[in-house]
Design a binder for this molecule. Structure first.
Ligand code: M6R
Length: 608
């Protein structure tokens, strides 16, 4: 989704903005642009297309100025086009604005401005801000920004230039994040820490309705009440500054290979198998609160929703708390019955997903307790929830979630074990899982060794149009997630199903053309899974079976088999998803798809 980078410095701004736009590209975008201030004049360059094509042309033109704003746009109001790309100017070309988020009253404001004679150059909600700010500016940028805040509804982060304020960038935020990065002799504004990599080593978070005035000499922040804010910057962690692919051709492949280390960091020190205890100090729920919990609603979107399916099974089975995974975008519509005994758990990588945030708002408004399972603590949802579990996956750049998915499974399992412990079921749950848990990073590392087998399977999938992914129990989630990875990366139509549902409809699709992927690793459901595989084979459908190493029976019924290390059925989903991630990657690569930035997708979906 849209991204902002801005700088007030003493060296040419354009290379910094171009680099920042490259770093923001992972969020997903369809157009990009910059505005530079030089000697009291603004110059804008923008268009639809890839930054890799646009930025070199801007750089070749040698645009001057040490102060500027840059933007990646993901179309919401109007299609991707040059006029709709940001930055947007006011009628006199004195104000340039970039915007992340949505203005909810833009139509009313547009009509009002049009009635006053303003002619709009774009279909965007953002342009309204350029005209409003220009009209409100009477020499004091803070007063003008506060006037804009008073007029606008919705959630937004804005970076603004005014030709009569040389060397200054104005930042404003409500709902959407905006960070102030402090570098050497320069101050930057950005919608996430990634865009600051290599330029800033300390950051300040801008609060709700705060206004920042950034110049090369420093930043002045004014809060919603008009008071000056003094806030200590925090250091940017090494991980937050790591932007390289680490020798891998794609971020996705790098992130898939990071999984063992990230899982080690998540699990190490949190499970005391010998004492049958799980430590999750960051969750502000004591034993009594867990005992008083009548139900858990896990609200999430996309991959996070599939992780939540697994989480709901674990919380209900291991801790004995009725739990359900619900698509965040549908939460309000179902009119959930909530009270303080219900715990609503928001699961999200970014902590910014608008649908998930809206579900948390419903939970809070109806009196439920809230918890986040998040990869970005310091995020919009992170600031809303009553407590959180950190997934510890580190920044994920590829649009497709991989290491965050396994991190979510690990974190949700820890949560289920912690709840089980509080409810007197911990020893039972940990008896088998406790000793096995520390082996998970190693098993995931071994599952990465399936890459050659997966490549061989991918060679057979050239030309495939439809796929069906089947799994049972905790691995039903793996089937959904495997199918999502395949469709979003390779654009092959793929559906995930709990395998038992196959005979209630999808079996009608089975033919030589439909490729089925079945997860049949050891556990109570393996026999039934193999029976489903036979049902597909009997109808001449090719089946790729994910089975335990050395499972000869599975190999016999499969068209292709991918062998993974065997483990406990609650831990298997963390292992079994790895070859499915690799399969999606390989098929997408063979089809020439843009692995890290699939078409139409955004990393952070900040619109509902
Ligand atoms: O940041 P979140 O985890 O809240 O994002 C949720 C989904 O948008 C995300 O998982 C999406 O489905 C990814 N494309 C999955 O690869």
């Amino acid at each position: 989704m849209c991204g902002i980078i801005a700088i007030a410095g003493t060296t040419p701004a354009l290379p910094v903005l171009a680099q920042g736009l490259h770093l923001l590209a992972y969020r997903g975008y369809d157009s990009a642009g910059v505005a530079l201030e030089h000697q009291g004049r603004l110059h804008v360059e923008k268009d639809k297309g890839r930054i890799a094509d646009l930025a070199p042309a801007w750089l070749a033109r040698g645009l001057e100025g040490c102060t500027g704003i840059g933007h990646t746009r993901w179309a919401t109001h109007g299609p991707p086009s040059k006029p709709n790309a940001h930055p947007h100017l006011d009628a006199r070309g004195e104000v340039a604005v970039v915007h992340n988020g949505i203005l909810e009253n833009d139509l009313a404001l547009r009509e009002e401005l049009e009635a006053q004679g303003v002619r709009f150059a774009s279909e965007t909600d953002t342009e309204v801000v350029a005209h409003l700010f220009a009209r409100a500016f009477r020499g004091d940028p803070v007063a003008a920004a506060r006037e804009v805040l008073a007029r606008c509804k919705g959630h937004f982060a804005l970076a603004i230039l005014h030709a009569r304020l040389p060397g200054t960038v104005i930042g404003v935020r409500r709902g959407s994040p905006l960070l102030v990065g402090l570098g050497v002799g320069e101050v930057l504004l950005a919608s996430d820490t990634k865009a600051l990599a290599g330029r800033a080593d300390r950051v300040l978070d801008l609060g709700e309705d705060e206004v920042a005035l950034a110049t090369a000499g420093g930043v002045r922040i004014v809060d919603a009440a008009g008071q000056e804010v003094r806030r200590a910057p925090r250091a940017l962690g090494e991980r937050e500054q790591d932007t390289g692919k680490g020798g891998f051709p794609h971020f996705m492949l790098k992130e898939i290979h990071e999984q063992p280390d990230r899982l080690y960091e998540l699990l190490a020190g949190r499970v005391e198998a010998s004492r049958g205890r799980v430590r999750l100090h960051e969750v502000a729920l004591d034993d009594a609160a867990w005992r008083a919990t009548s139900r858990i609603d896990l609200v999430a979107s996309g991959t996070a929703h599939y992780a939540s399916l697994y989480g709901a099974y674990a919380l209900e089975s291991l801790a004995g708390i009725p739990s359900r995974a619900l698509v965040a975008a549908e939460y309000e519509a179902r009119g959930p019955v909530l009270d303080p005994s219900v715990l609503v758990v928001a699961v999200s990588q970014s902590g910014e997903t608008a649908d998930t945030k809206a579900a948390v708002e419903v939970a809070r408004a109806r009196g439920a307790r809230t918890l986040g399972v998040l990869n970005v603590r310091d995020s919009v949802i992170g600031r809303m929830v009553g407590g959180l579990v950190d997934i510890h996956a580190g920044p994920e750049t590829s649009v497709a979630s991989t290491k965050v998915y396994t991190g979510m499974l690990g974190a949700l399992l820890l949560l289920a074990l912690r709840a089980a412990q509080a409810r007197g079921r911990g020893e039972e749950a940990l008896r088998t899982l406790g000793p096995a848990l520390p082996s998970v990073p190693g098993l995931v590392r071994r599952a990465l060794g399936t890459w050659e087998q997966v490549r061989a399977v991918a060679r057979h999938l050239d030309g495939v149009r439809d796929m069906l992914y089947l799994g049972r129990g905790p691995d039903a989630a793996t089937a959904f997630e495997g199918a999502l990875k395949m469709k979003e990366l390779s654009y092959v139509h793929a559906e995930g199903y709990p395998a038992g549902e196959m005979k209630h409809g999808p079996i009608a699709l089975v033919s030589r053309e439909l490729v089925t992927v079945a997860i049949a690793t050891p556990g109570p459901w393996r026999e039934r899974m193999l029976a489903n595989v036979r049902e597909v084979s009997a109808r001449e459908g090719p089946v790729v079976v994910v089975a335990a190493e050395g499972d000869r029976e599975a190999a016999r019924v499969a068209t292709h088999v991918v062998e993974v290390p065997a483990t406990d059925p609650w831990l298997a989903p963390l292992v079994n998803v790895v070859p499915l991630q690799l399969l999606a990657y390989e098929v997408a690569k063979r089809r020439g798809c843009d692995v890290d930035q699939p078409r139409n997708l955004a990393k952070t979906v900040t619109v509902q």
